[in-house]
Design a protein around this ligand. Structure first.
Ligand code: 0O2
Ligand code: 0O2
Length: 268
């Protein structure tokens, strides 16, 4: 019997290793492209045999039904920096459904927060593994959460272990408050994220404009209109110092008009 238990876990262990590699390589691809990765880090585990048997007993699941009814024997956890990244990761997994994995069920504990205060997005998948014993399709659970949600869940999980799932009422209340605090932290961070992205976009737009103006100024020099160019150049330095995008755009348009005028004069 014990020998059979050992065999039972083999495909699950393989699935965890494969899925970890797959999600870690998505993260690495983003990084190689100098793009922001919605995946911060990935962990995974196979459930211990004793935990599987406990869960089965509590749920009235017979030994024959374990593989069909215990969905998290293989578990993958994907951690994200921001709440918005969770949707992107969910989308990435949905796009793969029907290819190397198949989504069986999605559980949105970000919207339907658990009584304990637990938040995460769970996806149950079917995943084919090719082992030395042949091909087998197993169930696996992917949990997607932010770093703050993970921090909370890790602490709550260890307290559950310490109190054998009977956390005292006062600690339960404090844990719920802590879950709200973690949620607020995520909210604050998301707001900063948009500020940062907004600032980066504006900075990018400004540098592109400045580069454009510098090239146009060089073209003007070639047209040998030194006096006018000097005047524009002086204004450009003042505007650049102020960093006002509207003024920079207006200066660029003025240079464009000037160049069009010079071209006309040359043709006459
Ligand atoms: P990298 O590129 O260093 O992040 P393994 O079998 O060793 O690949 P395993 O057994 O799941 O993975 O290890 P573990 O300890 O659960 O951690 C898995 C990955 O998560 C490791 O990255 C850890 O560095 C990373 N990790 C764990 N906690 C944190 C954390 O709080 N922040 C960050 N950013 N990463 C964390 P790798 O696989 O070594 O890759
Ligand atoms: P492990 O390996 O200790 O993490 P149930 O188990 O009854 O809550 P179900 O239907 O099995 O429900 O699946 P569910 O709730 O979608 O996902 C179960 C897993 O989600 C748990 O696995 C935890 O990892 C995580 N989880 C769910 N609720 C909580 C919670 O209140 N606190 C924390 N810390 N984690 C939670 P297991 O079975 O506990 O296994």
């Amino acid at each position: 019997m014990i020998k059979d238990w050992k065999h039972l876990l083999i495909p699950y262990e393989q699935a965890v290793e494969e899925l970890k590699v797959k999600f870690k390589s998505i993260r690495n691809e983003y990084r190689r492209l100098d793009e922001y990765s919605p995946i911060e880090f990935v962990t995974g585990r196979t459930k211990k045999m004793s935990s599987i048997l406990n869960k089965a007993r509590k749920r009235g699941v017979s030994l024959e039904e374990i593989e069909e009814k215990i969905e998290d024997i293989a578990g993958i956890r994907i951690m994200c920096q921001f709440v918005g990244d969770i949707d992107r990761v969910v989308e990435l997994i949905r796009e793969r459904s029907g290819r190397d994995l198949t989504i069986v069920e999605e559980r949105n504990y970000l919207e339907s927060i658990k009584e304990s205060g637990y938040r995460s997005y769970h996806i149950i998948i079917k995943y084919p593994v090719h082992t030395a014993l042949g091909e087998k399709e197993i169930l696996a659970e992917i949990q997607i959460r932010t770093l703050a949600m993970n921090f909370w869940a890790t602490i709550e999980h260890s307290l559950n272990y310490k109190f054998r799932h009977n956390i005292p009422a006062d600690i339960k209340i404090r844990l719920k408050n802590a879950a709200e605090a973690a949620f607020m932290l995520d909210k604050e961070m998301s707001e900063i994220r948009y500020e940062v992205m907004d600032a980066q976009e504006k900075f990018q737009a400004k540098s592109t404009l400045i580069e454009e103006i510098l090239i146009k100024l060089q073209d003007l020099y070639f047209l040998r209109r030194t006096e006018e160019v000097e005047e524009i150049r002086e204004r450009f330095f003042i505007i650049q110092e102020k960093g006002d995008i509207k003024e920079l755009k207006s200066l660029r348009n003025q240079i464009d008009e000037m160049m069009a005028r010079y071209e006309m004069e040359r043709m006459l």
